[in-house]
Design a protein around this ligand. Structure first.
Ligand code: ACO
Length: 430
């Protein structure tokens, strides 16, 4: 085994540099010493979309995309989905360890007693147009919460961070359910403290005139498992955003609102909607071969397939497939499931998908489940943002306490015009 370092020769100058390697990385600022002369700024790396740049050290989530492994704080996602609850998983993410029984009880109590939103936030939601997209409502109202909790600015006070974490995890389902009820013109249903986190969410979404809403236990557990699967996913677009916006030392409500905005984007939170639309377009099993031909010809992409990190079966997709079967026993089988299963079977045996290492991702089956449970497609990104809040907050506090971190500020390669003199408008030719 040689030295843990990298030797670089700059062919422009013939000089050689030795850079230390730590955790399989070199520090990009080390490259600045590589210069052609005293006026040279020094070498930088060019990495749009961060394809090969680690922006932080993290102890929250581990992914091995080649092997299809996902772990939160070291615990395999399969074990958490099988044996934990979303609230316990949220605790694990934000605190770093599984809770002792008394700590879990206290955490559940704290979350349950922060679910109500200020009545003025309700009026704020009322002000949105009747057909406002619920994710747009989320972006606005989560951001607005920062104006209700001025103590949230004290981001270096651990007690303040603890309270804002309770508030955000607790209020996301309330905001989401109110956004949904607003869009269908239904009166808001207030939280029921006797129900579980996901049971109460179903209550706030679907309660009609009954005095006490009783969630179906299978659907309640299915949502809980889906929430566990979506609780964190290391440095994805929204997490990178929460860290980047949070690096300005803004309050967590504003940083989480920015993260929600990324999930409003079709490439991040909208992929399961795209997958459902694709399955509806295909319509029946006989039409799959034709669709596969179009994918291979590069005309369309197979939605819900492929992943920047996973070059193996997304471990979340395996679990979701099982959840789908349980949900359909309650809701009735969606005809789209047969199309999805056959599409997967054909794709996984096809050279194009094998050679491109394209496997189903988390979005391939989640949309079918949400649709069967009665959620409109507009709600899909919202259903992603609620559980991801725990991950965002875990990553946000890790970033704040990391001494290596500063305000996020990438460099650029400037390719615009050189210096030129301003010409008054009257002197410019048409
Ligand atoms: N269907 C067909 N071909 C695909 C697909 C797909 N779903 N995904 C990638 N490919 C092909 C590309 O055409 C490309 O082929 P080429 O090398 O022959 O040109 C190759 O695989 C690599 O594709 P990239 O777009 O460079 O891969 P990248 O890692 O940037 O993209 C992404 C990942 C965006 C997820 C892509 O696989 C995709 O568009 N999938 C469909 C949308 C989707 O399901 N998104 C959800 C992602 S999960 C999430 O964000 C929560």
């Amino acid at each position: 085994m040689g030295r843990e370092s990298l030797t670089i020769t700059d062919n422009r100058t013939g000089k050689t540099y030795e850079l230390p390697i730590e955790h399989g990385t070199i520090r990009a600022p080390e490259l600045r010493q590589i210069k052609t002369g005293p006026d040279d700024f020094g070498l930088m790396t060019y990495d749009p979309a961060f394809l090969n740049t680690a922006a932080c050290k993290s102890r929250v989530t581990f992914i091995d995309g080649d092997k299809g492994i996902l772990r939160y704080r070291g615990y395999p996602i399969e074990q958490l989905a099988e044996r934990s609850t979303y609230i316990e998983t949220a605790y694990l993410l934000v605190k770093g360890e599984l809770p002792k029984p008394s700590h879990l009880k206290a955490f559940i109590h704290n979350i349950t007693h922060h679910t109500i939103i200020h009545e003025n936030i309700k009026k704020f939601i009322d002000g949105f147009h009747y057909d406002a997209h619920p994710m747009g409502i989320m972006v606005g109202t989560v951001g607005a919460l920062s104006t209700f909790y001025s103590d949230a600015k004290r981001i270096f006070d651990p007690e303040s961070r603890r309270i804002q974490t309770h508030r955000l995890v607790a209020k996301m389902p309330t905001l989401a359910a109110f956004a949904y009820r607003h869009s269908i013109g239904m009166p808001y249903a207030y939280p029921d403290n006797e129900l579980s986190y996901t049971g109460n969410f179903l209550n706030m979404l679907f309660k009609m005139t009954e005095l006490k809403y009783k969630p179906n236990p299978v659907l309640e557990r299915a949502i809980d498992v889906l929430f566990i699967l979506h609780a964190d996913h290391e440095q994805n677009c929204s997490t990178n955003t929460v860290r980047s916006v949070g690096s300005s030392h803004v309050d967590p409500f504003s940083a989480v609102a920015a993260a929600c905005a990324t999930q409003y984007g079709p490439l991040h939170g909208g992929a399961n909607e795209a997958a459902i639309r694709m399955l509806m377009e295909i319509g029946s099993v006989e039409k799959i071969p034709d669709y596969i031909k179009r994918v291979k010809a590069g005309e369309v992409r197979l939605q819900g397939f492929g992943h920047r990190i996973y070059k193996n079966y997304d471990p979340r997709a395996k679990i979701i497939k099982k959840v789908a079967e349980q949900v359909f026993e309650v809701t009735g089988r969606s005809p789209l499931l047969d199309v999805a299963l056959e599409l997967e079977r054909i794709a996984l045996a096809d050279d194009y998908f094998i050679s491109h290492r394209l496997y189903p991702n988390v979005d391939f089956y989640s949309g079918i489940i949400y649709q069967a449970m009665g959620f409109p497609m507009d709600m899909f990104p919202v259903l992603f943002a609620i559980p991801r809040t725990a991950g965002w907050l875990a990553q946000w506090s890790e970033m704040l306490l990391d001494e290596d971190q500063k305000i996020a500020r990438p460099r650029q390669i400037y390719l615009g015009p050189g210096e030129r003199d301003y010409v008054p408008v009257a002197e410019r030719s048409e």
